[in-house]
Design a protein around this ligand. Structure first.
Ligand code: PLP
Length: 259
């Protein structure tokens, strides 16, 4: 039989045996509910807390800023639509690029249908967003900018630090980046990039890819990953298979420089 050479690790990756080994106790004996006060539940809680600490250390954020989701799509939806809906009283304009993943593009469509205005920035021939174009697009009512870190089709790495700097100079908007393709391939520190929100997905780096999360004793299967509309923007029960990190930088008094 011919053996297959798998060359699509940007789509998903096989589970690393070490990850399976780490997950096994929680797929078998350690099935407690992390909210339970007895030993079985508390061990599940400890495992989740440890996973949260490790993700936080990896990205350079505080553990309390990490939110586990079912995957990159839900992370993007959560960040993009959650921030927009929560800040609609401050403005109803969001900015993204034309080359984002569907998880962001379709979130943008959904917001538009809900009465938000969306600016989709073009990219140059190498797939880069020009910070000058972003500067022009920012408005006093812009509440969110979402530009991906690395593109899933052409591999372009966007100048996130420059884009964040422009955003900070000219607005009080939140900055989200989709780091689903860059995590594990290039160094990423949230504190260095300066973003407010970053989403990632463990199945791109040899973690598990079920939307049914393995969760350390939690049951996340009842909440499907939303595609175009937020099923729930509240805090979800954690699962340790995939995550989005969230920096809660308060942006209440806009230092917008009127030109
Ligand atoms: C850039 C990017 N964002 C988001 C996603 C969605 O991630 P997930 O498959 O975990 O929902 C993908 C998946 O390919 C992606 O490449």
């Amino acid at each position: 039989m011919m053996s297959m050479v798998y060359l699509d690790h940007s789509a998903t990756t096989p589970l690393d045996p070490e990850v399976l080994q780490a997950m096994m106790p929680y797929l078998t004996d350690e099935y407690g509910n992390a909210s339970s006060v007895y030993g079985l539940g508390q061990r599940a809680r400890q495992a989740i807390d440890q996973a949260r600490d490790e993700v936080a250390a990896f990205y350079g954020v505080a553990a309390k800023e990490v939110i586990f989701t079912s995957g990159g799509t839900e992370g993007d939806n959560f960040a993009f639509q959650g921030i927009a809906q929560r800040n609609a009283d401050r403005g109803r304009h969001v900015i993204t690029s034309t080359i984002e993943h569907d998880a962001v593009l379709r979130s943008a469509d959904a917001l538009e249908q809900g009465g938000f205005e969306v600016t989709r920035l073009p990219v140059d021939r190498t797939g880069l967003v020009d910070p000058a174009n972003l500067a022009q697009a920012l408005r006093p009512d812009t509440i969110l900018v979402s530009i991906m870190h690395a593109n899933n089709e052409i591999g372009t790495i966007e100048p996130i630090r420059e884009l964040v700097a422009v955003t900070r100079e000219r607005s009080s908007a939140y900055f989200h980046t989709d780091a689903v393709q860059s995590t594990g391939k290039i160094p990423i520190r949230v504190d260095e990039l300066g973003v407010d929100l970053l989403s990632m997905s463990a199945h791109k780096l040899h973690g598990r890819c079920y939307h049914r999360c393995w969760g350390a004793g939690t049951n996340a299967t009842a909440v499907p990953a939303p595609r175009t509309s937020p099923a729930s923007w509240g805090w979800r029960k954690p699962s340790a298979s995939r995550s989005v990190t969230w920096r809660r930088t308060p942006r209440t008094s806009p230092p917008y420089a009127t030109a």
